[in-house]
Structures are given as structure tokens and as C-alpha cells.
Design a binder for this molecule. Structure first.
Ligand code: 13P
Length: 301
């Protein structure tokens, strides 16, 4: 059944002149059918550069929105329309406008995990793989960093800028506690612990490595350690195990599962290609302003 479904997806992909992009947190079978699997930054670059007419974005809403913002003449499909990002929903454009009035001198850096409307209100975007570089590229001393407070804290530790955070969190990463780190050190004494910067500051401070999903994958390939405890969404383990069959991977907390990332199935990918739905678009005025913020990010990194 799954083989037939994969064959159907491949056929439809050719017929539609489509490319399938999948985030590192997607279900294993979805990652395996994709043309590119990557972190938010890599996938934004692919979306901006593709020759395909249709982009099937296996990820969550803000990712497909970013693809449309960068490639407005393409058909951008999100196989499950309801796959959202609770972190992105912690701030609205009105919240951001109010915050900007409080800090009129600050430059606004917005993490890509945000709506198109919030990107449109921001000066520049960043992802977890380039956040420090983006912040350090800015002329202003004060930076309003939205919406992830944990990522803001991690960036603040690596820059001289004054970082003013928003109060958002990724519920999945925020669930990991210091106690999980302590338990992991006890349970797998020789292992290294590698976590995503969306984890709490006290978790990141106790980890051996902190990085974006692709940085974590690189770390897993390059480290001499053979046992690695991973503090990010469980979907990443698929590629880690595939790329490092001789190493052992453990999840830092059983709570590291993002229900939104798991909504995309092969069935939904096939249906999206068949019907060319659900399509993601952004009103042109908002898109142009959001594109400026995303393109500035692509230019500095
Ligand atoms: P990456 O850019 O590291 O892939 O992170 C995306 C994300 O949503 C993390 O929760």
C-alpha cells in the first residue's frame, strides 16, 4: 500500500512539475518521499530557488507561508491545512505594533516561526541557524526579538546587543526541564547532550551542544561520541539514525513530539498533489513587506 502510494506521489509530482520540501520533524515516510529535507532556513532557500511550478510543503503553516512569500508565482501547498505552530500564534501584528511603540529605537528581528503579518511588521527575519549572525549584522544596539523567549535568551548570550524578548515559547521544547538533563546524564553517562535553542535557558546551559535542527544533524555526524541524547522534536531521529547507523540516539524527554508536525501523512501529500489544494497564499501588501524581511535575512547569511 505504502509502495503504491509512494509511486503515485512520484507520478503526480512529475505531472505537476512539483517539488516536495519536508522539515526535519516530519514523519519518516514523509521525509523519505521528499526532494529536500532540512531546517527552516534551508527550506526557505530551496523555496526561493526552485524551478518547480508547485511546492508541496510538508511542515507547518508558517513554513508554507514563507515559501509563498518568497515564490509568489508558484502554487504552494500545505497537505494539512490545520498544521499550525502554537509558537507563531503567541504574537499578533497588533501586539508587535504596541511593543514597537514601547521601543521606538529598536530593530525588530522576527524568528521565522511567525505569521506573514508579523513578518511584515518586522525589519528582518531569522531562523535558529542564523539568529546570532542576523542580530550581529544590525546597526542598532537595541533589538526587539520575537516571538521565542528561549531563542532570544540564547542569542543574548552571544551578542553585545540589548535583546528585548517577546514571551512566546514552543510548547514542545519548553516542556523539557533541567531534571530531564540530570536524568539523561545519569541514565547514559558517556553520552553528549545536544539540544535546540527553543529549549529553556537552563536546559541549553547544561547541554553540550545547542543548534538548529540541521546543526544538530551535523553535530551528530561529526562528533566522536557514539551516544547522543537529543533535545528536539523526535522526527529528527529518523535522519540521525539513517546517517549514523553505528551511533545510538536517545530522546531527552518523551514529551518531544509536535502534534502539528505529525499531521502530514503520505495520503495527504498525494491528495494535495492530486487536487492542488490546500493552497497557501498571503495578501500582496503583506507579502511584499514580509518578503523584504525574509530577503534581508537571506542577504546577510
Ligand atoms: P529549525 O530551523 O532549527 O529547523 O527549527 C524550526 C522549528 O520550528 C523548531 O521548532
Amino acid at each position: 500500500m505504502s509502495e503504491q502510494l509512494v509511486a503515485k506521489i512520484q507520478r503526480l509530482k512529475r505531472e505537476r512539475n512539483a517539488v516536495i520540501l519536508a522539515h526535519n520533524y516530519q514523519l519518516p515516510e514523509v521525509q523519505d518521499v521528499a526532494d529536500y529535507v532540512g531546517d527552516s532556513f534551508e527550506l526557505s532557500r530551496k523555496a526561493a530557488a526552485t524551478d518547480a511550478e508547485v511546492i508541496v510543503f510538508c511542515g507547518v503553516h508558517f513554513m508554507a507561508e514563507s515559501a509563498f512569500i518568497l515564490a509568489p508565482h508558484k502554487t504552494v501547498l500545505l497537505p494539512e491545512r490545520l498544521a499550525g505552530c502554537p509558537l507563531a500564534e503567541t504574537i499578533t501584528e497588533d501586539d508587535l505594533r504596541r511593543k514597537k511603540r514601547e521601543y521606538p529605537e529598536a530593530t525588530v528581528v522576527c524568528y521565522v516561526n511567525s505569521s506573514a503579518a508579523v513578518k511584515a511588521e518586522s525589519d528582518i527575519c531569522c531562523t535558529s541557524s542564523n539568529a546570532v549572525q542576523v542580530v550581529n549584522s544590525l546597526p542598532s544596539k537595541q533589538v526587539l526579538f520575537v516571538p521565542d523567549a528561549n531563542l532570544a535568551h540564547w542569542v543574548a548570550g552571544q551578542t553585545d546587543k540589548e535583546i528585548i524578548p517577546w514571551r512566546g515559547h514552543c510548547v514542545t521544547h519548553h516542556r523539557v526541564t533541567e531534571e530531564d538533563v540530570r536524568r539523561a546524564r545519569e541514565a547514559v553517562p558517556g553520552a553528549v547532550i545536544a539540544v535546540h535553542p527553543e529549549c529553556r535557558p537552563e536546559v541549553a546551559a547544561r547541554a553540550d551542544f545547542v543548534g538548529s535542527t540541521s546543526a544538530l544533524l551535523r553535530f551528530a555526524r561529526e562528533t566522536d561520541h557514539r551516544e547522543i541524547v537529543v533535545g528536539t522534536e523526535m522526527g529528527i531521529l529518523h535522519r540521525m539514525k539513517k546517517e549514523n547507523p553505528h551511533k545510538k540516539f536517545y530522546l531527552l524527554s518523551p514529551g518531544l513530539i509536535c502534534p502539528n508536525m505529525k499531521m502530514t501523512t503520505l495520503d495527504k501529500v498525494a491528495r494535495a498533489l492530486e487536487r492542488l489544494e490546500p493552497r497557501i497564499t498571503v495578501p500582496e501588501g503583506t507579502r511584499l513587506r514580509a518578503a523584504a524581511a525574509l530577503e534581508k535575512m537571506l542577504a546577510v547569511t
